[in-house]
Design a protein around this ligand. Sequence first.
Ligand SMILES: Cc1cc2nc3c(=O)[nH]c(=O)nc-3n(C[C@H](O)[C@H](O)[C@H](O)COP(=O)(O)OP(=O)(O)OC[C@H]3O[C@@H](n4cnc5c(N)ncnc54)[C@H](O)[C@@H]3O)c2cc1C
Length: 478
Amino acid sequence: MPDPIGLEALEQQIRHDLEIMAYPAQEWVLPCEGAPEPDILNCAIVGGGQYGMASAFSLARECVPDVRVFDGNPSGREGPWVTFARMDMLRTEKHMTNLDIGFPNLTFRAWYEAQFGRDAWDRMYRIPRVMWMDYLVWYRRILGLPVQNDSKVVDIAPVRDDLLRLTVERSGMEEHVLARTVIVSTGTEGLGPRAVPEQVATLPKELWAHSNEMIDMSGFAGRRIGILGSGASAYDAAISAVDAGAASAQICFRRADMPTQNPRRRMENSGYLAHFPELPDGHRWSYLQHLYSIGQGPPEPTFTKAMSYEKISLHPASPWKRIVLMPDASIRVDTGSTTFEFDYLILATGNRADLASRPELSSIVGDIATWGERYTPPPERADARLDGYPYLGRFGEFTEKEPGTAPWLKRVFNISRGADLSLGPLSSSSSNMKYALPRIVKGVTRQLFLDGADAMLDEIVTQTHDELTEDVIKSDAA
Ligand SMILES: Cc1cc2nc3c(=O)[nH]c(=O)nc-3n(C[C@H](O)[C@H](O)[C@H](O)COP(=O)(O)OP(=O)(O)OC[C@H]3O[C@@H](n4cnc5c(N)ncnc54)[C@H](O)[C@@H]3O)c2cc1C
């Protein structure tokens, strides 16, 4: 076989693979009984990033028709990769498998090798960020996934116990879509609002940004940039700022030392990835709390690159205690021990767990149980940062605050960052899709199957299912 084989040859192989692995290819989902409208989705997927797309593909493999994915962003700009992510390469190991759902020819590696050859793959350290987006675009095209872009879901509301109505904003118009199940795959932002210190929020917006925003750095030349946070995004922002011409980028964080430990890597094994959701509440809470407490620093290449820039400096034990806007529009930041002068602030402070801030959940958030309501940790483990996480069921479904009052919630599955406490700290990232995705998909197909329980029993028991016809029996007996 030539190396590289080229994308066309790979795509041919994929079509063949899909055909070989089509069993069981029988349609089975029964229509929604007493449906108020003819067009009802079996599953609506909110978010067309990698999770949303892989969910749509998985459901197609399970012979679930009438699935649609909605994404607020334009085509090719889903997820963080070419919007607000700034790193050179992914943080995850290049060998991860995820969106392929078990088809080797659909992996990033197959896509890469088909174009650049095996040696190039061996030489690659980690997956270049922009190339990951190229792969996602190809994945969507080759599989013909039903993604509707520029379509922001602004509401999910119950219509009946077995039906939900989505309100979708598209080109300034509102459309309504009925769905029997919903997967909410809204990524990092799906956890809740961006964490912005109050004193920063009162500054004029042109003087600061959160790292999850697209930041126009074209005016950064000669400016002093203050960055708050100790994670990878802080370093990515600092590197980008200096590349854009900033005079300095000073990374400040509260911790006395920078985080150097990353037990998440130890948890990238099939034990944790597959079975974390089965752990008792106390264990799950303790894991997340520990991970939150120790933080997560940048990956080694990011750190090394940042430290090779003279204009980037690190300031541990530097909480921003007092922030004052000066008459010359500079910002004075007092840490208690040092005073900095900045021209622009970037907050690499992540998101807070608070579903109430998510517009698409506003109609149902009042019914959704959170960890704070379901689990009381021992006093020494109390942690307000975790209280707002949704308490998900074992298929990633939202659960009811008051049992019996919101039965439609078991049809809404959450695999955004908000799933991390229930399903595992890596559940919403690439490295756990291999295990978390089948869980969610099983939740959806299980629900659709149970919806048809009476009709399916009736069909099997009361209808004929000929295998040996009268003619065959007579002719064989003769
Ligand atoms: C800077 C950064 C770097 C990261 N690097 C890595 C990494 O190297 N490896 C890794 O495994 N993970 C990484 N992650 C985590 C990463 O976000 C996930 O792995 C991955 O993007 C999750 O995919 P997703 O489909 O769940 O969410 P996303 O890729 O974030 O996609 C969510 C989509 O939902 C859409 N959306 C949100 N709300 C709505 C709505 N109401 N209506 C319609 N559409 C909506 C958004 O437009 C977006 O396209 C990183 C995250 C960030 C922020």
